[in-house]
Write a protein that binds this ligand. Structure first.
Ligand code: GRF
Length: 206
């Protein structure tokens, strides 16, 4: 059976990327291969972590070009390697409509809140400042709106009375890694159905 080729886009430390690569390499995510990690930042800490794991990396910086030009270059790198599934993992840019249309329902993202609450930057700080009692993380498909595409799965994390942005972020991050691995496993094994905004698991793959 052909392995499904995954490309991961990062901008920073890459802990979600590492969780996905490790799950593919251990066989927890079966029948898939992480074929490329793309960073838009040359100094992203995740680049070294990907290279250590034997994954090809490329840096494609924005450098004063338009969003569409930048995304075209990323898309070309992904298509050259026949990537079928694109995972955003701390990738800090909005993708252009042209890029999104190239991979229909094949771009995923992880966000550190229970969407649609607290989209955008600093979701964990927004949660602490708002005073919510639970937050968590969301894995979703990417569409043209920020942090708004169809939700694949969510995990809930308690917000404790003495939480700071840092302590809450750390607790959510642990759940992010598990949630992203689970969601990618469901996608690569063909167990996610989608209709409009709604997605569901078609049968258990345990
Ligand atoms: C994570 O909190 C993710 O949810 C958000 O950006 C952060 C990236 O962290 N989109 P890492 O680079 O995966 O460690």
């Amino acid at each position: 059976m052909e392995l499904m080729k995954i490309g991961i886009l990062i901008s920073g430390r890459g802990s979600n990327m590492t969780a996905l690569v490790d799950a593919v390499q251990s066989g927890e995510i079966a029948d898939a291969e992480v074929a490329l990690v793309v960073s838009d930042k040359a100094d992203a800490g995740g680049l070294a972590k990907a290279a250590e794991r034997g994954i090809e990396t490329v840096v494609i910086e924005r450098r004063g070009r338009t969003r569409a030009e930048h995304d075209d270059e990323i898309a070309a790198a992904l298509r050259e390697r026949r990537i079928e599934l694109v995972c955003l993992a701390g990738y800090m840019r909005l993708l252009s409509p042209g890029f999104i249309q190239l991979f229909p329902n094949r771009i995923m993202n992880i966000h550190p809140s229970l969407l649609p609450a607290f989209p955008g930057l600093d979701a964990q700080r927004q949660a602490v400042e708002h005073g919510v009692k639970v937050s968590g993380c969301t894995v979703h498909f990417v569409d043209e709106d920020l942090d708004a595409g169809p939700i694949i799965l969510q995990r809930v994390v308690e917000v404790k009375d003495d939480d700071t942005e840092e302590t809450l972020s750390a607790r959510i991050l642990g759940e992010e890694h598990a949630a992203y691995v689970e969601a990618v496993r469901l996608i690569t094994s063909g167990h996610i159905a989608i209709e409009g905004r709604r997605t569901w698991v078609t049968k258990s793959n345990h």
